[in-house]
Design a protein around this ligand. Structure first.
Ligand SMILES: [Zn+2]
Length: 392
């Protein structure tokens, strides 16, 4: 009992430090004065807490350029010996990794094409990257955070249909568990990145949707994804917004997935089902410049996409909707059809002020940024900061 009370008291000491780092992550390059305003800290206390965080190798301060009549202040920057996270994004055709500092910035980004697709081979490659990061950063490496194009349930990978994987145990990535492994769905993490540092930073409730092979996404509230009881929420592609005659690989009938991607374009064009629906869709989008049939196919897909988005706007009542992956290209190619289907699908009361649909800002770096943020959330929690200080 006594020890848990002490632990709570210790954690409380780290509350403000954790909040300061959250602000730095949301607004990299922020000054101490602006951080103090944002957190409603008296300037003396802000000076004191940043000095303490400097000693703890969490931040450094550099003189800020003088602007206006305000008193001189400093820019808050990650400490050169501070904690880092290894962010990894595992995708159908490749995987990428980068080291993230406490301001959420990515460093040493690398991309590798899969030499072999089998889970053991792919996970071994990722494990080598973790080992290299650990050799280089030692105890500064506080978490490995993985974004993966897969359905997750309680941090377990249940199915990754684009990789052709069934259930896979991911624990070999960190092996001995000295460094915690965090796992998130790639579309969910891309949504987190949009809400925190991308196109939806002003939105309290934001919906992010990404079209690749099928469609995925997440609802975020104040930058936190709505994950469901087991982290499996957000399978938007498996809503029955599609053609009821079609059976989805997930097992259900009429999934929206089948109406919004390269597979749908191929059906509308009477062409064979593509082996790689994403590059096929890019190819069809390219053809629209001088192929009216391709234009018509994209227009049909844009309508399915927009009608479904309208349905989701009716459900979630978001401030803003961000669209990533192939979504912006589909929309831009058939903007009139998209806009008409969107408005048509909204309940009347939404139409006066319909939630804007905007292009995602992070592009295909969204999942990697989101993985970095997830990892940094973890290693700048009050408990994790107490552990960091203890290790120093
Ligand atoms: Zn489905």
């Amino acid at each position: 009992m006594a020890s848990s009370t002490r632990q709570r008291a210790d954690a409380a000491r780290w509350h403000t430090a954790s909040q300061v780092l959250a602000v730095v992550r949301r607004r990299p390059g922020i000054t101490r004065a602006a951080m103090a305003r944002e957190l409603h800290l008296a300037s003396g206390f802000a000076t004191e807490i940043t000095a303490r965080m400097r000693q703890l190798r969490l931040l450094t301060e550099a003189p800020a350029p003088i602007s206006g009549r305000g008193r001189p202040t400093t820019v808050l920057q990650p400490h050169h010996d501070g904690p880092v996270v290894l962010a990894v994004d595992l995708r159908q055709e490749d995987w990428r990794h980068a080291v993230a500092t406490v301001d959420g910035m990515l460093h040493e980004a690398q991309r590798h094409t899969h030499r072999r697709r089998q889970p053991t081979a792919v996970l071994r490659e990722i494990r080598h990257a973790v080992d290299r990061a650990r050799a280089r950063y030692g105890e500064r490496l506080r978490a490995v955070s993985l974004a993966v194009a897969a359905t997750l349930h309680d941090q377990h990978l249940v199915q990754a249909s684009t990789l052709g994987w069934g259930p896979v145990d991911l624990s070999s990535i960190t092996g001995d568990a000295i460094v915690p492994l965090l796992v998130g769905n790639d579309a969910t993490l891309a949504g987190v990145a949009e809400a925190r540092t991308g196109a939806a930073t002003t939105a309290g409730t934001a919906l992010h949707l990404i079209v690749e092979v099928g469609i995925g996404g997440t609802l975020t509230i104040d930058g936190q994804p709505v994950l469901g009881a087991h982290g499996a929420a957000g399978e938007y592609g498996h809503l029955p917004f599609g053609d009821r005659r079609l059976r989805c690989p997930c097992g259900a009938r009429g999934c929206w997935d089948l109406d919004v991607d390269g597979r749908a374009l191929a059906r509308h064009l009477g062409e064979p089902a593509p082996a790689d629906p994403r590059s096929y869709a890019r190819h069809v989008l390219h053809r629209t410049a001088n192929d009216p049939r391709a234009r018509q196919a994209v227009s049909t897909v844009a309508q399915s996409l927009a009608a479904g988005i309208a349905g989701l706007a009716n459900i979630h009542d978001p401030d803003l909707i961000t669209l990533g992956g192939l979504g912006p290209a589909i929309r831009n190619t058939a903007s009139a059809a998209f806009d008409a289907a969107y408005t048509d699908g909204l309940m009347t009361f939404h139409r006066a002020q319909s939630p804007p649909v905007v292009d995602a800002a992070h592009g295909d770096q969204g999942p990697l940024h989101g993985a970095a943020l997830l990892g940094l959330d973890h290693c700048t929690s009050e408990t994790a900061l107490a552990e960091w200080a203890a290790h120093l």
